[in-house]
Design a protein around this ligand. Sequence first.
Ligand code: SIN
Length: 526
Amino acid sequence: MSRIVVIGSGIAGLFAALRLDEAGHDVVIITKQRPKDSSTNWAQGGIAGILDKTDGEGKDAHISDTLAAGDGLCDETVVRLVVEEAGDRIRDLLKAGVQFEKDGQEFHFVKEGGHTARRILHAKDATGAEIERALTEAVSKSDKITMRPHTLGVDLIQRQHGDPSKGIKGIWCLCLDSGEMEAISADAVLIATGGCGQLWERTTNPSVATGDGLAMALRAGASSKDMAFFQFHPTALMGDNKKPFLITEALRGEGGVLLDSEGLKKYRNSDLEPEELSFTLDFSKEGSLATRDVVARACDQKMKITGEDNVWLVTDHLDTQNLHDHFPTIEGRLNKIGLSLGRDPLPVAPAAHYMVGGLKVDIDGRVLMENGEAMPGLYGIGEVACTGMHGANRLASNSLLEAVVFANKASEHFIKNPIDNIEDVPEWRAEGMLELEEHAPLIRDLETLRKTMTDDVGIVRSFSRLERANRMLNLLSGEVDLIWRKSLPTRELVELRNLILVANLITDDALSRDENRGLHWNKDLI
Ligand code: SIN
């Protein structure tokens, strides 16, 4: 039987581990912090999908909403496949112990931006946490799956150094408890490391989202796709700038409305319904429930015009019992800062949320090289991968779905095409390397990086700002490279090196685009 290393402990990594385990393979999951420190665990909204296989109309509508949100750049074959498989994969989640919200005997579905129907399964407003709970519990019951927390993947080990076409035979990791490097051999490596929201000052992502898997695969010869499309979530709670807290789009699905300060004043002094006063109507007739690219841009533009740090999400016209029943996590968080759901306008602003581009993969999740061929023994699944499902803008709650479908596809592919790859792996070359004496320059460089991305590679871009970012990133890259060559790896150094590489990809891709589409918006191209 084979040994597979899975990097990452979110929905994609855990789901794939369970599939491989079922087929009798040994799996090692390496994860940077605790298993639950994943973006999945922070996901609020839910998982979109039509459960009834015979509901052709429902599936067609899900397909057309996904294609519309993707603004013409989705791969329709992939979209059809994912929507078609949704029912089976969601039933797999149920079998693994995930409990979605029910209304009596039936599942309760919610709606988010860009969806024309209620088709999102959820567990109140903490769907990701419920999925993470069930899958980690299932994984812990297997004696063929080893969970390695506090283990940071640093670089992939090529079968033949310098030749990506020969494939991957393992990974070098940094054990964060001991500070030691370790080489782990593998028949295949599945990268499921999520995104890179930590590139921006305000993000809804956990601290682990530093683009590690993407960066290490690129260094090993993989190619990336559509990196310019980074999704900002329109409604992250202001108040604690360091850790913006997501206010799920499902709240707008239940009728929450975005207003600017002027709209809020009018709303308080008139009998008008809030949606009639929303500035988002200037951007789309769907108003506060337009797709995320449109709503985030509307908020960004409004805040630039008014000079205010936030817009407002109002919910006082909604049924408070319904809010209380469905959004307990948000309610608890608001109460902590003296706000009340269903009463107070909530100060919200966009925050970096989801990497739509990523590692270029094929329909089986195999990571592709520049020449379009798959790299033997390497798979990319979940947010780290660009499958073509999301096009230029991801439809809300399609990501957990895409993650399970592709985790399944990649595992099935390996199960049907096992590679016998295990061989000796070289130790990390540490001779002559020094312990990093000072972390202060790295901290400064990280601050500069995040400021650069926030100021120059945000929701609305321009050529001059992107070029400025490019110059700054080259400088940072040179600095960090110098440190990297002479130092033993530390978490801070590994992450910064990865973040800079990914920032470069995003900026380069944004600079190369000559049209505005979905999430990429360059004001020089209007
Ligand atoms: C949300 O709950 O608003 C986020 C869901 C998603 O990003 O798909």
